[in-house]
Design a protein around this ligand. Structure first.
Ligand SMILES: NC(=O)c1ccc[n+]([C@@H]2O[C@H](COP(=O)([O-])OP(=O)(O)OC[C@H]3O[C@@H](n4cnc5c(N)ncnc54)[C@H](OP(=O)(O)O)[C@@H]3O)[C@@H](O)[C@H]2O)c1
Length: 312
């Protein structure tokens, strides 16, 4: 832990829930003069004991630093807190690390522009315990100049994990959701496998090593499929969608026969079957992107399945 240093840029943290508290602690630990504010002031106790300044009002919190970091439950809370102090935010940089949708992020960027605040929308890809360590990745989107101005301070949250994305404020939220989508996809696959093996008394911990290998093998597909998706051409150098669909039928059948939940495998099969029916049976798995790009139940020609049925 570095002593608080006058040579380090001051920072204000608004919101001291589990994550906001970890953010403030990381700024403090790297020596930044840190001002904090939370609706429930008691949560600042140990931070103040560690050298943070507890502001008496949100206005004085905002006015204490050129960089204001906010991390509360949702964007309604962000606006409820910051609207009344909009004039104090003018000329400062606001970094919003509250989770949101890309639409909310872009709307908030519009609001920040109207009040004259430089705005970075961020997404935290870490648990509070990882903040300040090499495991913490924080994504930022918005004006690059604002990121660069405060990059040294923001690196207190994770030295190598401060990742600037783009001027488009929506991108941090979109990347956040895209990464979560991968996490839940992988974890649901692991849980399906663990449930299947559990019917034969195989412990999940016994499966873990092979599951990890399978996850690593799957990563090999990502770059090749990404290129196919970007090019819009899906030559099946490995396995066709028809072959995948055959395997999925086995997974559904095995799950049902063993009394294991088959909802997720059935969804896989439904997507693959729809792609095959739309003419993609001989293409690589990457062609399924067309199913993900369209709202549920749409065929390749843009009609919903109900519309297509009615048109027959
Ligand atoms: N925890 C994680 O692992 C994690 C990881 C990545 C991203 N995030 C994101 O970080 C954000 C905060 O999460 P958290 O885990 O810190 O949640 P939390 O522990 O529930 O804390 C919520 C914070 O929001 C404040 N708050 C809520 N509604 C408010 C309102 N109407 N007015 C003023 N303050 C309000 C709370 O104030 P009080 O203390 O007064 O209730 C508290 O400071 C969320 O957007 C979350 O998605 C969290």
């Amino acid at each position: 832990m570095s002593p608080i240093s006058a040579s380090k840029s001051p920072v204000t943290v608004v919101g001291l829930g589990l994550m906001g508290h970890a953010l403030a602690a990381a700024f403090l630990a790297s020596g930044h003069p840190t001002t904090v504010w939370n609706r429930s002031a008691a949560k600042a106790g140990d931070l103040v004991a560690g050298g943070a300044t507890l502001a008496g009002s949100i206005k004085s919190a905002v006015e204490a630093s050129p960089l204001v970091v906010v991390c509360v439950s949702d964007y309604d809370a962000v606006r409820a807190l910051l609207d009344p102090v909009a004039s104090s935010l003018a000329g400062r940089t606001l970094v919003n690390l509250t989770t949101a949708s890309s639409t909310q992020a872009r709307e908030t960027a519009g609001w920040a522009a109207r009040i004259g605040s430089a705005y970075l929308d961020g997404a935290i890809l870490a648990l509070p315990q990882a903040i300040g360590t090499a495991q913490a990745t924080v994504l930022y989107a918005g004006p690059k100049a604002a990121f660069e101005e405060h990059e040294a301070t923001l690196r207190a949250l994770g030295e190598s994990g401060a990742m600037y994305l783009d001027e488009d404020h929506g991108l941090s939220a979109l990347y956040d959701m895209s990464v979560l989508s991968i996490m839940w996809g992988v974890l649901n696959g692991f849980l399906q496998g663990a449930a299947l093996l559990g019917t034969a008394n195989v412990k999940a911990s016994t499966f873990a090593a092979l599951a990890t290998t399978a996850i690593n093998v799957t990563t090999d597909y990502v770059s090749a499929y990404a290129q196919q998706i970007d090019e819009g051409a899906y030559p099946a150098a490995d396995a066709t969608i028809a072959v995948h669909a055959g395997g999925m039928e086995h997974l559904v059948q095995e799950s049902e026969e063993l009394g294991v939940n088959a909802e997720v495998p059935k969804l896989f099969l439904e997507l693959a079957t729809r792609a095959a029916a739309g003419g993609r049976a001989g293409d690589s798995y990457a062609a399924l992107i067309e199913q993900f790009r369209a709202p549920a139940g749409h065929t390749d020609d843009g009609l919903s399945e109900m519309q297509a049925e009615a048109a027959k």
